[in-house]
Design a protein around this ligand. Sequence first.
Ligand SMILES: Nc1nc2c(ncn2[C@@H]2O[C@H](COP(=O)(O)OP(=O)(O)O)[C@@H](O)[C@H]2O)c(=O)[nH]1
Ligand SMILES: [Mg+2]
Length: 359
Amino acid sequence: MKAGIIGLPRVGKTTIFSLLTKTHVDPLKYSTTPNVGIATVPDPRLYELAKIYSPKKITPAVIEYVDVAGIAKGEAAKESAYLNAVRTVDMLVHVVRDFKNDTIPHESGAIDPRKDIETLEFELILSDLAVIEKRLERLVKDLRKVKSKDYEIEYELLKRLKAALETEQPLRTLKLSEDEERRVKGFTFLSAKPVLYAVNLGENEISKMRNLAEECGLRKFEGMPNTTMVGLSARIERELAELPPDESEAFLKELGFQETAIDRLITETYRLLNLMTFLTAGEPEVRAWSVKRNSTAPKAAAAIHSDFERGFIRAEVVKYNDLITLRTTAACRDKGLLRLEGKEYIVQEGDVILFRFNV
Ligand SMILES: Nc1nc2c(ncn2[C@@H]2O[C@H](COP(=O)(O)OP(=O)(O)O)[C@@H](O)[C@H]2O)c(=O)[nH]1
Ligand SMILES: [Mg+2]
């Protein structure tokens, strides 16, 4: 799964991308191709399991981030390469700037996270409107020639989406039926993608994090469907990343946090992508695997190998907490805590699974 980092120029996108993916990007090098990298999803359970299995390898779940070059007002009209790069991602991390710094000019001259969000979201909405209008024109022509129930349904649906966009409602906030979801999917509407607002705070203002929406004028976006927000100071996160682990831990404690904001950002991205984790554990490897919520056992098995889905026989499942308490799957079996699950089983967060299959 892929998250695209978007936002106005000079808000901290590339800085945050580097922190997320632990890569170095030369901030002075102008690049027209997006930066692409992998972030590991923080999961302390892996290290607890490693204490039991002493595995050769520990493999966390990952998310791909794409840092697309800055977007500016009026982009939609140009139908630029930028928007096309954004089209292929599964969700958006929208970085907005709250930090003040006179040497780093801000696109619109003033620091106003809410206005910046509205500006950029308006571009996404305009782009979607253009797509809808084009399709509607075509549908009207086609409907004149043939009577088609399918076209009629699509026509009515697109009219409804258009009306929402015209009142500046992003499509991600609409409630759609499964059938409607299926119909709109192919359009890859930009405003339909889940959004995480990453609010880049001044280094002396991170206390705003405790009451982010209120402090940054973002109340309007609170509780919106498929929308969430995380506050951070990219500058502080960079300092933390440059310190040796024990010192950065002490610094973090001093700031009053248990985890870095970058880790929180990754965790929230994961959640907004509707992903959950199941685990596999053994001497060769302890590993976290991502699947969509509500996946069946064979679907989860496919995350490991497509043969596993085809040849699926059963899943042997223990809960992470039970395994940590009892230390072995054999002990779990003795206590009746190892379950044999079939094709219909819906995998749960934190299941430790051994798949049985034949190929
Ligand atoms: N003071 C301060 N400067 C920052 C912060 N985040 C980024 N910057 C600086 O702002 C400038 C633009 O950052 P960059 O990450 O390249 O922004 P982008 O254009 O959105 O990719 C760079 O000089 C960064 O060092 C921050 O949290 N505080
Ligand atoms: Mg950049």
